[in-house]
Design a protein around this ligand. Structure first.
Ligand code: ADP
Length: 627
């Protein structure tokens, strides 16, 4: 059953305080909220305890003073406490909410930043859903648990202390007797809270499975009917429903047992206070007010203990999410600058700072490591590659490409063309052999510099929601409108753009869906040209493009290829006739290499591919003209 259900995390039996401390440290910079929150929690605990004391003093005053007692100080005290209480509630809701939101934002941004820095290989082994969950629900959940947990733990501990101190001050012997209910209360709360949380999770799990089942049954109603699966579906559905019923009953039973037990223990404390305190009161050793306060406090223990047990259980439940997020944040990208490269970058920056305007060559001639900024040659030297899973994809691959050359990659699907291009971009690194840029192993050059020299146009180029102009500007954010239009003109996109309803200001729709594939390619060419990359990589569109757009694309490409090192994964062979070299890649090896003419003459693989595609095109055009 395809389930929309999000599997719940394992419940961690042991609270990892180190992990929670590390997570909490991420909130320490939010002192402007943490301090008022902690203060509000402490004041609340003081107010909670003070209410009982005001009652005690009022009773004692009335007993001592009779009907003429001036109650104003007590009434004022009560009102003042109520006001402080209200302000504290307002402050804590405000601050806990703010901490939760800031923290969620911070953790999400840090995770996102890390995800962007991680190499592509990282993504091969993690499903997209897994990553999205890390960025959304894990971050939110942790932020909530930390903010509200902090509040409840501070309040709970403070209130417990206030109660214990009040009891001990009023009468330490009787206080100790009443406090003796705390350990059993804590143990029982811990025991039940954990079970209640687990059964509540069970209910949620079955509930989402039932939703998924509903969804599937409704969407697949036609298939169900034709396969006569109604009875089977009903049985599956009833099974789930019964399990949810059992979980719900278990949950209700656990609550039904837990609350009376803790209430009874609480009453036991109050009973002890009444019994022993009553004797003291009748002997005149304790005031009536104090006795009432004792009974009152004895019944209050349950609240902070319940809250503390509840928060600790919640933390155990969210611990797996914490481990995953902290694990993600601690993952070092496998592809990044080596310490030696970083050192060179820093040293070069330092040299630049110290010698401003000293007649040295313009920094544009240098890459950030002080090496040449120009890329004149890329060489694959005996490169072999395998992904972290699966067999070897490239075998002993050697190739030299100079600036101005266009390498077309053709061959059967799965042959290794995209892998080759990914290696050029250093999205992956060779497992054996080397890729050299002007004779230097590319791992010895800064990654950021290499990737900023790349222009990439994918099969279905990704456009962002926004206008055509904004999409082209992504190539170089500081480009002027004139430069944007010039780039569009040079790749032959200007004409179709101006023919759109709002010209350059036309929205492209979600992921560019208001434009055709060909138009999207033209826009992405303009974007690539604006970025002025030294290395251009293109995965040609496979979907059919009308002949007119194809010609526009063809001419646009010629502009882009000029003076650059270009790699084109070609699907329509007609577009690569002009390539400097065509490589037929199959099973990770170069089967054939040469120009279009040379390869046709050889009558090998390329010849077969070309003639079969040519024949297919001719047949479809004959068919089209015949209709
Ligand atoms: P082509 O571009 O020629 O169609 P690819 O370079 O995409 O070929 O794929 C070459 C081989 O590598 C295929 O067998 C493919 O299954 C495998 N492959 C591609 N990408 C990955 C990946 N991310 N993880 C594991 N194997 C992959």
């Amino acid at each position: 059953m395809s389930s929309a259900a999000q599997p719940e995390d394992d419940f961690k039996a042991k609270l990892d305080t180190g992990l929670w401390w590390k997570l909490f440290q991420r909130a320490l910079h939010l002192k402007r909220f943490l301090i008022p929150l902690a203060t509000a929690a402490l004041l609340l605990a003081i107010c909670d305890a003070a209410f009982a004391h005001v009652t005690r003093w009022t009773i004692d005053a009335v007993i001592a003073g009779g009907s003429g007692t001036n109650l104003m100080p007590y009434i004022s005290g009560y009102i003042a406490l109520t006001l402080v209480f209200c302000v504290c509630v307002w402050v804590f809701i405000d601050c806990a909410g703010a901490i939760s939101n800031h923290l969620s934002h911070d953790i999400r941004s840090a995770s996102f930043d890390r995800l962007q820095a991680l190499e592509f290989g990282f993504y091969d082994t993690r499903p997209v859903g897994w990553l999205i969950t890390r960025l959304t629900s894990d971050c939110d959940r942790l932020a909530r648990v930390i903010a509200w947990g902090f509040l409840d733990i501070v309040w709970g501990l403070a209130y417990l202390t206030m109660i214990a101190v009040s009891l001990l001050i009023m009468n330490w012997r009787l206080g100790l007797i009443v406090i003796s209910v705390v350990p059993p209360l804590a143990l029982i709360s811990k025991f039940f809270q954990r079970r209640i949380l687990l059964s509540a999770r069970e209910i949620r799990k079955y509930n989402s499975q039932i939703t998924a089942s509903f969804n599937e049954s409704i969407q697949g109603i036609r298939t169900t009917r034709t396969l006569v699966r109604e009875a089977e579906n009903l049985r599956e559905f009833q099974g789930l429903s019964t399990q949810m019923f059992i979980a719900a009953v278990t949950n209700a039973k656990q609550s039904a047992i837990y609350y009376p037990i803790v209430m009874t223990i609480g009453s036991l404390g109050a009973g002890l206070a009444l019994w022993r305190g009553g004797l003291l009161t009748s002997a005149g050793e304790m005031s009536v007010g104090t006795l009432v306060a004792f009974i009152n406090f004895a019944g209050q223990f349950f609240f902070p203990i319940n809250q503390l047990a509840n928060k600790l259980t919640e933390m155990q439940g969210a611990q797996a999410a914490g481990e995953r997020v902290m694990g993600l944040l601690a993952t070092e990208p496998a592809i990044q600058d080596s310490p030696a490269v970083r050192q060179r970058v820093e040293a070069f920056a330092e040299r630049q700072r110290q010698t401003p305007g000293n007649g040295s060559p313009a920094p544009a001639d240098f890459a950030p490591d002080g090496g040449p900024a120009r890329v004149s040659e890329i060489e694959f030297r005996h490169v072999a590659f395998r992904y972290s899973t699966g067999p070897q994809v490239l075998h002993d691959f050697s190739l030299k490409v100079r600036a101005g050359e266009t390498i077309a990659l053709v061959g059967p699907s799965g042959g290794g063309k995209s892998t080759l291009v990914s290696l050029v971009c250093r999205f992956y690194e060779p497992t054996e052999g080397q890729v050299l840029i002007d004779g230097i192993e590319y791992r010895e050059r800064p990654l950021g510099w290499l990737q900023s020299q790349l222009g990439i146009v994918l099969q279905t180029p990704h456009l962002f929601k926004g206008t055509v102009r904004e999409n082209i500007r992504y190539g170089r954010l500081n480009a002027t409108d004139a430069e944007i239009e010039e780039a569009a003109r040079r790749v032959n996109a200007h004409e179709f753009i101006t023919a759109l309803d709002q010209g350059y200001e036309s929205p492209v729709g979600e992921a560019g869906n208001r434009l055709s594939t060909g138009q999207r390619q033209l826009v992405s060419f303009a974007r690539a040209l604006l970025a002025n990359p030294q290395i251009f990589v293109m995965d040609e569109a496979t979907s059919s493009i009308d002949t007119e757009t194809e010609q526009l694309i063809q001419r646009g490409l010629e502009t882009i290829f000029a003076g650059r090192i270009s790699f084109v994964i070609a699907h329509r062979l007609s577009t690569i006739r002009g390539a400097t070299r065509i490589l037929v890649i199959s099973k990770g090896r170069i089967e054939e290499a040469g120009t279009h003419e040379e390869l046709l003459k050889r009558r090998g693989h390329y010849y077969d591919l070309y003639t079969s595609q040519f024949r297919a095109e001719r047949e479809s055009s004959v068919l089209a003209s015949g209709t």
